[in-house]
Structure formats: structure tokens, C-alpha cells
Design a protein around this ligand. Sequence first.
Ligand code: RP5
Length: 166
Amino acid sequence: MADRTSAPLVGVIMGSDSDFSVMSDAVQVLREFGIPHETEVVSAHRTPDKMVRYARDAADRGLRVIIAGAGGAAHLPGMVASMTTLPVIGVPVPLAKLDGLDSLLSIVQMPGGIPVATVSIGGAKNAGLLAARILGSHDAEVAAQLDRYAADLEAAVEQKNTALQE
Ligand code: RP5
């Protein structure tokens, strides 16, 4: 799994390059875990044909999970989920107006039958970790990395507790 040169397993897509400052947190997690991934701007509104191609070809290209981020009228995650059976994780990107509540509601309120696993507003880090967990459910190496990640989190909290006592 740690071979970054192999074919991407996770597709990180976003509606605009302006979303990358948020979506880079997901990319960072995938890098840390050594999970092969690709990053691409795919807009539901500005490049609809590309979105259709991306979603329809994703599984055949070997992708196992898609992380899709968008802001405002954030239709990308839901539209992609409607054209693939791969798990799609939606990231609501906060914009200056409405603070991302519009993005969240656009992504989370999917009709029954077309699931999108929606993380918090700006929660791209958890999107990366959720993708790792999905892969880790059938990849022992990634599962072990996730165990170490959880242990590190726990140790960091205990370190802070110790500092509080000083
Ligand atoms: C959405 O419109 C994108 O996902 C982005 O969050 C937002 C604004 O895009 P730009 O105008 O910055 O390209 O589709």
C-alpha cells in the first residue's frame, strides 16, 4: 500500500481549485498513510461532461473510494454518487457567504438510495481518514497504520494531561 507510484485507489476531486486549501487536508492524510491517490478539479456545473466520465470510469480505473469536495450549491458529491457504486465521501467546503452551511445541506440531504458519507464543514482531514478506514477494512497494513494513528492521538491527550498537572 505504501507504494505511491501504483495506480490511485482514492480519487480526491473538488469543484474548483479554490477548494484545494480545504481539500489538501485529505490529500495530506493519504500521503501520510502512503495511499495511492489522485487529485483533480471536476466541476458539476462548469465541467459536467468530465464529471460524468470521471464517475462512470472511476471503478474500472481501479479507484476504491472517491472524496468529493465542493462549496455553495455543492452538487458534485451527490451527482458522482449517482453514477458510481463506489463509496463517496462528501466534504462541504465553506465559502465566505453562509459559512459552509449551504454546502453542508447541499451534500448531506441525499435522497434515499444514493448515499454520500458527509463529513463536517471543512472536514477534509476526516474524509481522508474515512477513506483510509474503508481501505483498511480489507488491507491489514492500512488497518495497522490506523491503529498506530489512534494510539498516537491517545498518547498526545495523555501528554497534555500530564502537562496540566505540572
Ligand atoms: C463550487 O463553487 C466550488 O466547489 C467552489 O467551492 C465554489 C466557488 O468556485 P470558484 O468561483 O472559486 O472557482 O462549485
